[in-house]
Write a protein that binds this ligand. Structure first.
Ligand SMILES: NC(=O)c1ccc[n+]([C@@H]2O[C@H](COP(=O)([O-])OP(=O)(O)OC[C@H]3O[C@@H](n4cnc5c(N)ncnc54)[C@H](OP(=O)(O)O)[C@@H]3O)[C@@H](O)[C@H]2O)c1
Length: 251
């Protein structure tokens, strides 16, 4: 049985805690939170502390806190045994500064505390400082998910940029689409099957082959007409993305 201490109480920590409690061969011994924020999302039976000096001994310490706080919090850890990992996509392994051995456990998914999600199918990218620790981290990752990848800090940094395009920017496009619908009294629900099919299609064909719309057809009349109807900010985004699509199909 692998013993775990979970540090943080944000989106990732909330979902990790729920999944850790369901996983086999894993025991969530304790969690640390500097504040009482989000207490309602955690099972009350998990022992909790707000003092980093009072962490229990464990096999694995998972730091799931804001990127900018990873280094300072890891420096405060007084653990010398066990493996300390962070969950960030864009922070290198050496952003952890502590006596214990270090690693990374990066779940490639979008997490919100309100939306429960199973780790089962979430790709987990792992890295350890010492090869000796890889077996333990792999064992843990495999007990959480069927999709585990060994990826180094440089690759993870690039993967995170790709994830920003694939998820964050796409979601912002949904927000713009929602706004246009609202302003024109049209239900955003009408677009939901299209959104689902867009994501589904790239499981079967490459994103490049899946592209449709006026830009890939280089239909300048439609593009100019649509540009005229947009406000300043939307126009800039529309022009930039349209230019990028046209160029990628003509190069
Ligand atoms: N959300 C995602 O979709 C996602 C996906 C993959 C990886 N990640 C990574 O997972 C990590 C956590 O992300 P998140 O989305 O869960 O963040 P989050 O919801 O913003 O929560 C951040 C947590 O960090 C704590 N914190 C911040 N500064 C601290 C400090 N100085 N000392 C102690 N605790 C501190 C906050 O405590 P308070 O509540 O007291 O402020 C909060 O519990 C990040 O490294 C992120 O890059 C996130």
């Amino acid at each position: 049985m692998l013993s775990i201490v979970l540090i943080g109480s944000g989106n990732v920590a909330v979902q990790l805690a729920k999944n850790l409690q369901k996983a086999n061969h894993v025991k969530l011994l304790q969690r640390y939170s500097r504040s009482v924020k989000n207490t309602e999302y955690f099972d009350k039976t998990i022992p909790v502390t707000n003092n980093l000096k009072k962490l229990k001994e464990a096999d694995l310490f998972i730091i799931a806190i804001s990127d900018d706080a990873i280094t300072s919090v890891s420096k405060e850890l007084q653990v010398s045994k066990g493996l300390v990992v962070h969950t960030s996509g864009n922070k290198p392994l050496n952003s952890l500064i502590c006596k214990a051995n270090k690693g990374v456990f990066y779940p490639v998914q979008t997490f919100s505390k309100e939306k429960e999600i199973s780790f089962d199918q979430i790709p987990i990218c792992i890295e350890t400082e010492h090869t000796d620790d890889m077996d333990l981290l792999k064992y843990f990752a495999n007990s959480m998910s069927k999709k585990v990848y060994e990826i180094n800090s440089q690759q993870r940094e690039k993967l995170h940029i790709a994830a920003v395009f694939a998820n964050n920017f796409t979601n912002h496009m949904f927000a713009i689409a929602d706004d246009i619908c609202r302003k024109n009294n049209v239900s955003f629900d009408i677009l939901k099957p299209l959104i689902q099919e867009t994501a589904k299609k790239v499981k079967f064909i490459s994103p490049k082959d899946a592209q449709t719309g006026p830009a890939v057809r280089n239909n300048l009349k439609v593009i100019e007409n649509q540009l005229r109807q947009l406000d300043h900010n939307e126009k800039e985004i529309y022009s930039l993305i349209t230019k990028s699509i046209i160029e990628s199909y003509n190069s």
